[in-house]
Design a protein around this ligand. Structure first.
Ligand SMILES: [Zn+2]
Length: 213
């Protein structure tokens, strides 16, 4: 005997409404898929376990939780999740400001990802083939330094980064965070326009469980 995971969503409503809806679904499941080992909700006889101890960040997160927590021998699990309106691709791609922000963020992230690599490259291109470690006194041959490894291979303390490097990296990170915020604001603004006065996020019930099949 196996089991299949069946999960459905219901708009936010009092528990009694959800219970009635679940009964209707189970009847339809029985009608469509049969009374024994259907792999659908009519196999769940243990009622509904409502758990409102937290609101999941997305219906997907709630589904994952249910797939882990629900037992095929028990009832259905019902949890609240936030459902957000998502920006259609065409809208996102036709908005110049949004596109520009994404390009800038991508470029900044590339610089941040390769930041240490650039420091090592700079050191290797320098006049001196060796660098003395200020922490342990070792004399390190630069040509043997691993790509992107700015620490001393002997004591693992900083070898190549200067204070200016740290400040520069910090400034890049701050800028990336600010651009991310601007991007989020722009997305929210576009979503609000799309939603035409309706809320762009709201709670839904995510209900489901493993059903004997
Ligand atoms: Zn060292």
């Amino acid at each position: 005997m196996g089991a299949s995971l069946v999960i459905r969503q219901h708009p936010w409503a009092p528990r009694a409404d959800v219970q009635r809806w679940v009964q209707n679904c189970a009847s339809e499941d029985q009608f469509e898929h049969g009374a024994s080992y259907s792999g659908y909700w009519n196999m769940k006889s243990g009622g509904i376990h409502f758990d409102e101890s937290r609101v999941f960040d997305s219906p997907q997160a709630a589904e994952e939780y249910i797939s882990e927590e629900n037992d095929k021998f028990g009832g259905l699990t019902a949890v609240p999740a936030l459902q957000r309106l998502s920006l259609p691709r065409e809208t996102a791609e036709s908005d110049a400001k949004l596109k520009d922000l994404r390009v800038q963020i991508q470029a900044l992230n590339n610089t941040l990802w390769t930041f240490d690599r650039a420091i090592v490259t700079r050191a290797k291109a320098g006049k001196s083939a060796f660098k003395g470690c200020a922490h342990c006194g070792s004399r390190i041959s630069l040509k043997h330094l691993t790509t992107g490894h700015t620490r001393c291979p002997v004591c693992n303390q900083n070898l190549l980064r200067t204070e200016t490097d740290d400040k520069k990296e910090q400034a890049l990170k701050t800028r990336a965070t600010r651009l991310q915020e601007q991007l989020a604001e722009r997305e929210q603004a576009l979503l609000k326009k799309l939603a035409k006065g309706k809320p762009i996020e709201g709670k839904v019930w995510v209900v489901g469980g493993w059903c004997a099949s």
